[in-house]
Design a protein around this ligand. Structure first.
Ligand code: KG4
Ligand code: ZN
Length: 338
């Protein structure tokens, strides 16, 4: 079964072709980073318009890469939420229209489920059950994953997501959008420990997170000091230490509590090198292992959506009827995740 995946929930347009027998055949992503950079963040209307421009060329590109024709597509999976309403609508209407034209089913996919399953696309995938740390721009969650569609939320951020905290703190330090990678790069030049930032909820005894206080603590340092370039790098390093220490500690706790030795990390912050170092070291101490998606599949992409849709269809998911009606879910609640 050949599944076309379409991702357009935020500032990346991603398309991919996944074949249930042959694996990932092609994927292509267009990132809008350069377009939004002038505004310091994602402008939703510009995002939607750009998705419209990119979808057809990207479709052509994956078909060429995979050396298949449109009529070879058996099903279409698309991100139906959560995300920006306009951006989701573009991908959803494109997917649904193409599905009608080709006479194939279209399946709405939860963006976070896509991230969650993305490490299964790696050369050496984990086996169920595992603990998943989902760290994207909008979510920070620990899940117990027993199988496709069998997810139990163990803990999440009570306020800002880790990625959001990275982005906001980057802004405070005068770094551009997207802030996370920029802050991480600056942190590599700095020395942690010179400034002392809190480790929020490190000892809370549960698996919840909180990152908005950390951002405020960084703001206080910025306000009260005239920071040199070196000072900024040191503050960035300390911030990264604080976030990654809490993420790693709670991920390991989740594994201990559930007596599992496999930890999966997904979402954009999963690209953070310091986070990976810490998780690898701490899970090794436990006798366990960390599984990551292929590097290029850490951030938003169509491959994870195609793969997730394929797994769902293999499980017997029934796409909605072909009456032309569909819905996007910008705030898709987690309890309806499975
Ligand atoms: O999963 P993703 O691509 O999009 C969402 O679904 O949100 O995650 C984007 C988030 C942003 O907040 C970005 O700043 C963060 O991931 N990010 C990073 C790094 N690369 C991306 N944060 C820290 N270090 C990185 N290297
Ligand atoms: Zn994402």
């Amino acid at each position: 079964m050949l599944v076309l995946g379409i991702e357009s929930s935020c500032d990346e347009t991603g398309l991919a072709l996944y074949d249930t027998a042959r694996g990932l055949l092609a994927h292509a992503v267009h990132t809008q980073v350069a377009m939004h950079a002038d505004y310091g963040g994602v402008v939703p209307e510009l995002a939607s318009r750009d998705h419209i421009r990119r979808l057809i060329p990207l479709l052509e590109s994956v078909l060429t890469q995979a050396d298949v024709v449109k009529t070879g597509i058996d099903a279409i999976a698309y991100t139906a939420g959560p995300g920006l309403a306009g951006a989701l609508l573009v991908g959803a209407s494109f997917a649904e229209a193409l599905a009608v034209a080709l006479g194939v089913p279209a399946l709405p996919v939860h963006h976070l489920e896509g991230h969650l399953l993305s490490p299964l696309l790696a050369a050496d995938p984990p086996e169920f059950p595992f603990i998943a740390l989902l760290v994207s721009g909008g979510h920070t969650q620990l899940m117990h994953v027993a199988g496709v569609g069998r997810y139990e939320l163990l803990g999440e951020s009570v306020d800002d997501a880790a990625g959001e905290a990275f982005d906001k703190t980057a802004k405070l330090l005068g770094l551009g959008y997207p802030g996370g990678p920029a802050l991480a790069a600056l942190a590599e030049q700095g020395r942690a420990g010179r400034y002392r930032l809190p480790r929020p909820m490190l000892h809370s005894g549960d698996l919840a997170f909180s990152f908005s206080g950390l951002k405020t603590a960084a703001l206080t340092v910025v306000r009260n000091n005239e920071l040199s370039a070196t000072d900024k790098a040191d503050l960035a390093a300390e911030f990264q230490e604080a976030v990654t220490e809490v993420l790693a500690a709670k991920s390991v706790s989740a594994c201990r509590q559930r007596r599992l030795l496999a930890l999966v990390v997904a979402g954009g912050v999963g690209a953070n090198r310091r986070l990976r170092q810490r998780l690898d070291a701490e899970m090794a101490q436990l006798g366990g292992r960390v599984f990551y998606p292929e590097f290029e599949l850490c951030t938003d992409n169509g491959a994870m959506i195609a793969f997730c849709g394929a797994q769902r269809l293999l499980q017997g998911a029934v796409p909605a009827g072909r009456d032309g009606a569909f819905a996007i879910r910008p705030r898709w609640p987690l309890d309806q995740f499975s």
